[in-house]
Design a protein around this ligand. Sequence first.
Ligand code: SF4
Ligand code: SF4
Length: 56
Amino acid sequence: MAYVISDECISCGACEAECPVSAISAGDGKYVIDEGTCISCGACAGVCPVGAPSEK
Ligand code: SF4
Ligand code: SF4
């Protein structure tokens, strides 16, 4: 299981610093989560201002 970031992402970058395993990086137009690295802790969803990250 992993979290995914929807197209609602406004690329604020807040989630990147919160991820304990550095699974989040800036992508093309939005931030992206590396599925193989994500441990589904939910921290990114907790800080996102637009609710873009959700569990897949
Ligand atoms: Fe990182 Fe946790 Fe978000 Fe996965 S759910 S991308 S481990 S902050
Ligand atoms: Fe995108 Fe939300 Fe992460 Fe900001 S916190 S970069 S809006 S997913």
